[in-house]
Design a protein around this ligand. Sequence first.
Ligand SMILES: *Cc1c(COP(=O)(O)O)cnc(C)c1O
Length: 412
Amino acid sequence: MNTFDNQHIWHPYAKIPNEVPTYLVESAKGVYLTLEGGKRVIDGMSSWWSAIHGYNHPVLNKAIETQLGKMSHVMFGGLTHQPAIDLTKTLLKITPDHLTKVFFTDSGSVSVEVALKMVLQYWHNKHQANKQKFITIRGGYHGDTFGAMSVCDPDNGMHHLFSGVLPQHFFVKSPSIVSMNEALSDLEVVLKQNANSIAAMILEPVIQNAGGMRIYSPQYLLKAKALCEQYHVLFILDEIATGFGRTGRLFALEYANVKPDILCLGKALTGGYMTLAVTLTTDDVSNAVGTLMHGPTFMANPLACAVAKASIELLLNCPWQNNIANIEKILSAELLPLQKHTQVKDVRVLGAIGIIELTHEVDTQTIQKYLIELGVWLRPYGKLLYTMPPFIVTDGELLTITNAIKTIASRL
Ligand SMILES: *Cc1c(COP(=O)(O)O)cnc(C)c1O
């Protein structure tokens, strides 16, 4: 028991003292975390979608070490550096061509804040300052800061607590819950009535992640984008979780070839090494925005930029499509049959993401302890037991993860 930690350190979505025990990690290499006492577990979470190449990767270590010898950080106001320039070139090459401008931030939530700010300023400068609301589908998650929270699913807790402070936005039916046509007609009704006050729509493309791990048809993206254009509403895609191959495409927007006005990236951007996110946008938006009043102290941190570039190159230089297709094949073969369990409501697989939705909430503490005994690190929450392993996972390691999930499901 880490008594000191338990008494003094706040963990994510937790109280002090923490009700769920925290496990001390001594080191990590490849897909393995080594816990205090020497127990090794396979990280089936990729440290929340980010460690796509696994831990302690020699190429990524080298990128940071090389940059460290030059400088670890300089302010970005009035100064620039090669790691930021090189990473920007790389990002512009791999994202849709119409995205030409990059704003660096230090976390995904802040990249969403920047996206929202850009949009408000865009309409203000276009003399439509009444456009101050956002629209999104239910079941989404866009981060924990106030702007981001205000477009997260309104029933997931945070809204109740902060309802007096959070701006009220428009929530429409999610195509991951109702049919696509029903979701689209709901969207159209709300857009038609409120287009004068709606600045932008924000979506996680193809899969809603932390808000419920639900998948929806890429066709919805295309049609929602068309409606947004029709009603003069900007279109923001939040690929903080899905970017860099996770769904089987480099970016999930490629499933629909949809062209967002703004794109947020984070999480796997640095291969899980450092905190960094970006907000990409178009000439049209950046021209209208003008001066953007935002500038985090650690904006475009050179260590983070250097490792991000190395991580993207590592990804592009490996047969990632095959690796992820193989992970998807194994996840499907191993997990889809669990659908027949009475305790399992649904099983969903997309790219390197495997999700079991149970009929009732799980006891995270008990299941986690059991999973560790089985050699696997997962973080079940609510009714969800899911995995998004590092892309370097071997078939055998992946089977250890899926077998652990199967064991848990059979014991429920
Ligand atoms: C994790 C996440 C965020 C927030 O990113 P942080 O780096 O945790 O602030 C925003 N949007 C999506 C889709 C995410 O998965």
